[in-house]
Each structure stands twice: as C-alpha cells, then as structure tokens.
Design a protein around this ligand. Structure first.
Ligand SMILES: Cc1cc2nc3c(=O)[nH]c(=O)nc-3n(C[C@H](O)[C@H](O)[C@H](O)COP(=O)(O)OP(=O)(O)OC[C@H]3O[C@@H](n4cnc5c(N)ncnc54)[C@H](O)[C@@H]3O)c2cc1C
Ligand code: SF4
Length: 490
C-alpha cells in the first residue's frame, strides 16, 4: 500500500460524463477519463486491506461478490498510485486478457465489495483505474502482439467470437495451438459488437484487439454459421478440439394477444441493427430499425432495456416508457443485503438519466406487464394494455400477480428486453451435445457429452456478464489444453 492514509485524505473521483443533452446527439462514448495525475491519486485510496473482497469473486448471500477474474486489484492500484504504469499493465493482464472491455462495460462487482465503500459508499475507483492502465498499455506499446514462440501442432476451432470465444482463443493460441475462430455474423465480437451499444463500447476498441490477435496467429472466419454452413462432423474432422462459445441469444418472448403486430422487435435485433447501420454507413443506408418520431415501449427494466432507452433517445423518439415487473428496489442496502454482497439497490443508468433529462420523468413503470398489444388497420402496433402487478405468495412461492388494475398506453415501437431463455439449440444438436432444462449446454468442467467438444460463456452458464465470459474462457482454455497435451501450464 503506497499511501496508508490515502483513503482518508482523497475523495473518490470518477470520470467526467458529458451531460445528457450533449451526449445524446451522437452514439459516441461519453465518459471523459481523469487526467493520469488524478487517476494516480485515486489509486492511493486503495488500502490493500486484509480482506480484499474486491478480488475474491465468491458467492456471498446467493450472489457473486468481487471480481470473477480475481484481478490483482490492490497490486495494480498501488502501482497506479506510484505511477509505475508499465508494471501495472503487466499485473492487470496477468488475470484479465481484455481489460479494455471490462473497464468500459463491467458493472464493477469489485467496487461493490471494496472495503473502502463499506460504510462510506465511496469505494476505490477500481474500474476507472483499470481503464487508465489498459489505455496506457496501448498508448505506450506495452500491449502489443506477442506471437507464440513455437507451435504444438494441435488445431482448435472456436465457434463464436464473443468475449468467451476471444478469451479461450487467445490463451490457446498463446500456448502454441493453432486456433481458428468461426463467426456467424459479419463482424467479430459477439454481443460486444452487436448488443452493447456504441456509446458504452466504441467498436474500434474491439477491432484494435482483433488486429493484435490476428498478428499473433489467430485466424478469423466470419459469415460462417457453424451447424448450417459447415457441419459439425466436418469441423471435428479438421480440428483436434472444438470449443462452442455461441452465447445465449434465444430471447424470452411476450405471449400476449396482438404480438404479431408490425413494429414489435426483440431488443438485441433492434440494438444490432442500429450498430450495424452506424458502422456500415454512419446510418446512411437507412437500415437501422428506427425510433425516430415514435412513442417507444420497452418491456424489461434491466440493463438491456436501458440500452434500448438510450438508443431510442439518440434516434429521436418522442416518448419512452419502460415496463418492469418487479417492485422498485430501495435506494440503499436493505437489512439482510449487507456489504460485501452485491447491493440490490435502485440504479438509474445512463439511458434512464437521459429519459429523465429529456422527458422530465423516469421512464420505468414498476410492477407492470403487457396484457395485450393493440394494432391499427395496417397491422402496425399502436398501443398496449398494461396490467399492474403485486407481490403475493402463491402455493408457497412469492410471485408477481395481476392486481386487476389495467390501463392503456399509446406506442408505435415496442422493444422486448425480457431476458433470454438460453442458447439457440441447433449448434448443440449438430454436435450432439446434451442440453440442460435451462436451455444451456450441459457440461462437466467445460467438457460436453461429446469427446473433444467443449462449451463456455453464456452458452454454458446462461445470459451473464462479459467478465464471466472472460473467466469461463480462461478456465476452458486450461481444460482444452490438458485434453490436448495431457497436462497444462495455463
Ligand atoms: C443488449 C445487451 C447489453 C449487455 N450489456 C452488458 C454490459 O454492459 N456489461 C456486461 O458485462 N455484460 C453485458 N451484456 C452481457 C454480455 O454481453 C454477455 O454476457 C457476453 O457477451 C457473453 O459472451 P459470450 O462470448 O458467451 O457470447 P456472445 O457475446 O453472445 O457471443 C456469441 C457469438 O457466437 C456467435 N455464434 C452463435 N452461433 C454461431 C454459429 N452457429 N456459428 C458461428 N458463430 C455463432 C454469435 O454470432 C456471437 O458472435 C449485455 C447483453 C446484452 C444482450
Ligand atoms: S473486471 Fe469488473 S469486477 Fe473485475 S476488476 Fe475490472 S471492473 Fe472490477
């Protein structure tokens, strides 16, 4: 610990954010990082406490607390404070191969578990320190292509180029195996590319990393749908191991009358159409699903719903309403949800902040769901009947049930962000691997029911977080390496 009294002397300071009216004019990232001197001072707030829950990544109170990658947070916080940026990069990438992604999109499980935040609510700025370190790494050239010194002669196919696929591919390539990545989409990155909006993660950040991976010897084959364009048997015959990292993209639908109306989309289809049009043509091709001039209804109060709200506002919607089935969470930790558990508290994310700024109220309507969609004579959605819900115990289980109170709202674009039910089953079926009732690939320590076929990321654990996808990729690489070589040093 560089400065024993740092946490008492220095206040938490986070990056500057452009105000909503400014940032919603475009789809750019809107956080302006601190000056390196300011970031160094933030590093001094880390107490290197005896109980570093920040890096523990353990299940506490039924939810994960601390960094799932077990990042060596107190170590690199100290190096940031001392201005030893090169060393900080080395300690950061020792556990996290892609900090440029996590430092932009991770919900920072580490900060929720930081001892410094236990009573003050002002944890160390771990996530932004991480971003400063990785960006220094790129600017200084400390992060650069390092191809493996020799090759093992083993060949591995990785299906899916989301964070789990990129993670497993990177480590297996570093080990000397020849890795080929297959991607159904036209661009690499999975939900990092076509899911998470550009204002949270600008897409050049992914391309910058992919260029390094290519230089290190990983081959990328885009626009190839494995299981359809190329068969499982063909792939298995060509490679010594296959790792399935296809995500959990099967969306949960809303089975209400009128669902077949025009103008109702799944959130990821909407978000990816917007990003694709932005990247292909700066929106010149007119191929994005647009909220411009529309009254938007978002079904789902989570992070994906929030991304839809922020995107619709940038496109110029005239109103936005977000339905959430559950009650509004408390503004501070409730009894029984103590530190270092993940805080189950109200979070007003960037999209909701922008809606409040533009329309004067929080877009979220708690304890509500759609009972029916209305459509006009052209079959276009024009409204929805909303049912109010309340919490009741039914057959010994607490659940949200209709109160009988209903009201109608107008809307001409509906975005369903109600979660995901698991992976699309055709890849699993093509490879003959077992599925769980949850819709994910059943496995034993990342190995599937088929020899030489492995699975990780959202496809294995269900819809989760980027940081978990990276952790799964890291663990899977070691399992695959051991399968190929009889031992592993990963
Ligand atoms: C809208 C949205 C916003 C999110 N925001 C955040 C956030 O801010 N922070 C966070 O931590 N997490 C966020 N998440 C969750 C996070 O993106 C995922 O948990 C993570 O991307 C999972 O990584 P993955 O590699 O397992 O799968 P994915 O990222 O889903 O990648 C799977 C890849 O496999 C490809 N693929 C599928 N089938 C085939 C096939 N048959 N052949 C070839 N390729 C195939 C897909 O095209 C895709 O590229 C968000 C999710 C969504 C939907
Ligand atoms: S990856 Fe996420 S949880 Fe881990 S240190 Fe970075 S911000 Fe924190």
């Amino acid at each position: 610990m560089g400065k024993p009294t740092g946490f008492m002397e220095i206040n938490r300071q986070v990056s500057y954010e452009l105000p909503p009216e400014e940032r919603t004019k475009n789809f750019n990232e809107f956080h302006i990082p601190l000056h390196p001197d300011e970031q160094q001072a933030q590093g001094a707030r880390c107490m290197d406490c005896g109980v570093p829950f920040c890096q523990s990544g353990m299940l506490i109170g039924g939810m994960f607390s601390g960094c799932p990658l077990n990042n060596l947070i107190p170590e690199w916080n100290d190096l940031v404070y001392r201005g030893q940026w090169d060393l900080a990069v080395k300690r950061l990438i020792a556990t996290n191969r892609y900090p440029e992604f996590t430092s932009r999109v991770c919900p920072a499980l580490c900060e929720a578990a930081c001892t410094c935040g236990m009573t003050t609510g002002n944890p160390v700025t771990v996530k932004e320190n991480e971003r400063a370190v990785v960006e220094y790494g790129y600017e200084s050239g400390t992060i650069h292509a390092v191809p493996p010194p020799s090759r093992t002669g083993k060949r591995v196919a990785v299906v899916g180029t989301g964070p789990s696929g990129l993670s497993v591919a990177d480590l297996l390539n570093k080990r000397g195996h020849k890795v080929t990545m297959y991607e159904r989409s036209d661009r690499v990155g999975g939900l990092l590319m076509y899911g998470i909006p550009n204002m949270k993660l600008e897409k050049w950040v992914i391309d910058r990393r992919v260029d390094i991976l290519k230089e290190e010897g990983i081959e990328f084959k885009t626009n190839v749908d494995v299981g359809r364009d190329i068969g499982a048997e063909e792939l298995k015959a060509q490679y010594d191991a296959v790792v399935l990292c296809c995500g959990a993209k099967q969306p949960r639908d809303i089975g209400a009358p009128g669902r077949d109306a025009e103008g109702i989309y799944f959130a990821v289809d909407y978000l990816s159409s917007v990003t694709k049009s932005l990247l292909d043509s700066g929106f010149g091709d007119g191929r994005a699903i647009t909220a411009s001039g529309k009254k938007v209804l978002v079904i789902g109060g989570g992070d994906t719903g929030n991304d839809c709200v922020g995107t619709a506002i940038r496109q110029g919607c005239t109103s936005v309403t977000q339905l959430e089935m559950m009650p509004c969470p408390p503004t501070c930790r409730a009894p029984g949800n103590d530190w270092p558990e993940w805080p189950r508290v109200l979070k007003t994310d960037y999209g909701q902040q922008e809606a409040i700024d533009k329309f004067g109220c929080d877009p979220r309507l708690y304890k509500t769901t759609v009972k029916e969609f209305y459509k006009n004579e052209n079959g276009q959605v024009c409204g929805a009947l909303i049912a109010k819900l309340e919490s009741q115990v039914v057959d010994g289980r607490r659940m949200m049930v209709p109160t009988g109170e209903e009201f109608a709202i107008e809307c001409d674009l509906v975005l369903i962000a109600a979660g995901f039910t698991g992976c699309e089953s055709y890849v699993a079926e093509a490879f003959g691997v077992d599925m769980t009732p949850r819709g994910t690939v059943a496995d034993k320590k990342y190995a599937t029911s088929q020899p030489g076929v492995f699975a990780c990321g959202d496809m294995r654990r269900g819809q989760s977080l980027v940081v978990w996808a990276l952790r799964e990729g890291r663990d899977t690489a070691a399992v695959v390496d051991e399968y190929l070589m009889g031992y592993t040093n990963l």
